[in-house]
Write a protein that binds this ligand. Structure first.
Ligand SMILES: C[S@@+](CC[C@H](N)C(=O)[O-])C[C@H]1O[C@@H](n2cnc3c(N)ncnc32)[C@H](O)[C@@H]1O
Length: 401
């Protein structure tokens, strides 16, 4: 049964509401919303207007109990289901309790103004989150719409793209979309001439690479030089094979045990914005390095736990896949990883020493899976000629539970 109606309202206010949306607002006993949205409703609408308190989260959770027996309408900005209060209310109370009356979103309006197809446009929300979330999407030719929480977002996006070697990208900051005060500011990322803009702003980006920029795809196997490391880095070719065995799936969680420079967890997360990872690393300096690499490569949400596995694994959320890049010989480590996996979960462990390889061979004999050995050679100058330099062979054990 519907218990609350969420009505989207744009910068064009009452004039822009559909007859259905107006009827809902006019028939409400209580209107909830931000001060800005409540002020858009004409004075002759009789409902009691109750602005959201700060913080808003407890009020959303208690909304259904707060106004017993009264018709409650929540006003939301634009489409309530795009980074909006509608999404929060459905999460809290279930889809059955919430009726949503949408309005065109800022994304729809921006695409209309720019002549962009919505389905070919990547939307990145940095509302209350680090601007580095844009990084995995910064590849030549892409069209991005960045949703931010204040007027500083266009300048932050411009500075980030310039640092990444995409200073030639074309930016359009679209403010107050759909309202009488709608306006736009344009420029390149490197030459962005505008400071802060109106806080109601969407930043549109056509990504253009500067000459010489190394493009980083979201497919695993980034160049080793993309990571800051102290030598403890799973090298590119081995990393690509390791990730293919881990088989990242959107929405899934990886434990990267023995995180080192964090490359496996980072590449897992770069495959999809909904992939999550926890890196467990014993050394404090490496923990800091993992955090720096994660931010730089656009996955600031990578969680890093400082501690020794298996003890440090206790209490972590259950994984869908586990990678063991270090510590395979530690007492009880593989047992703990195996026990944490659900049916269908993947375990991949890499070994470069005879001792750790022996542990993997024992597990392979016990539970099966695949044992693969990779010996990579890279061509390097030898005097005036070219010769093969061998990296240490890596044994990869992978198994599905
Ligand atoms: C070869 S590195 C992993 C490299 C990593 N996959 C990368 O590409 O960045 C192994 C790491 O495991 C860590 N380590 C070893 N034993 C561990 C344990 N029992 N718990 C947590 N970390 C451990 C080491 O400090 C080292 O940083």
């Amino acid at each position: 049964m519907t218990e609350v109606v969420v009505v989207g309202i744009g910068a064009d206010g009452w004039d822009g509401l559909s007859p259905r949306a107006r009827r809902a607002v006019e028939g409400a006993d209580v209107l909830r919303g931000g001060a800005r949205q409540l002020a858009l409703v004409p004075d002759d609408v009789p409902a009691e207007r109750v602005p959201w308190p700060a913080p808003m989260a407890p009020a959303l959770a208690g909304l259904l109990e707060e106004h017993p027996g009264r018709r409650v309408v929540v006003l939301a900005s634009g489409d309530p289901m795009l980074s909006g209060v509608g999404t929060s209310l459905v999460r809290l109370h279930g889809a059955g309790a919430v009726e949503v009356v949408p309005h065109p979103s800022s994304v729809t309006l921006a695409c209309a103004r720019l002549g962009w197809a919505v389905e070919e446009t990547q939307v990145v929300s940095v509302v209350g989150r680090p601007v580095e979330l844009v990084v995995p999407h910064a590849t030549p030719g892409r069209r991005l719409l960045v949703l931010g929480s204040d007027g500083g977002t266009p300048a932050e996006v411009a500075a980030l793209l310039t640092r990444l070697g995409y200073g030639a990208s074309r930016l359009v900051a679209l403010a107050q979309l759909g309202g009488p005060e709608e306006r736009r500011s344009t420029g390149t990322a490197a030459g962005w001439p505008h400071g802060g803009t109106d806080p109601l702003v969407v930043t549109a980006v056509e990504v253009v690479a500067d000459p010489g920029t190394v493009v980083l795809p979201t497919v695993p196997g980034l160049p080793d030089a993309a990571f800051e490391d102290d030598g403890q880095l799973t090298k590119r070719e081995v990393r690509a094979v390791t990730l293919s065995r881990l088989a990242p799936v959107p929405g899934q969680l990886l434990w990267d045990v023995g995180g080192g420079a964090g490359s496996i967890g980072i590449e897992w997360m770069r495959t999809s914005p909904s992939c999550r990872a926890v890196a467990v690393e014993a050394r404090a300096d490496r923990v800091q390095r993992i955090r720096r690499n994660a931010v730089r490569l656009g996955v600031p949400g990578l969680e890093v736990v400082e501690g020794c596995a298996p003890e440090a694994l206790a209490g972590l959320p259950a994984p869908d896949a586990v990678f063991v890049g270090g510590g395979a010989t530690a007492q009880g480590l593989l047992e703990a990883c195996w026990a944490a996996l659900p049916v269908g979960g993947r375990l991949v462990a890499n070994a470069v020493t005879v001792e750790s390889e022996a542990v993997l061979a024992t597990w392979f004999a016990g539970v099966g899976g695949n044992l693969v050995r990779l010996a990579v050679q890279r061509a390097e100058p030898v005097g005036g000629f070219t010769g093969w330099r061998s990296a240490m062979p890596v044994t990869i054990w992978s198994v599905t539970r």
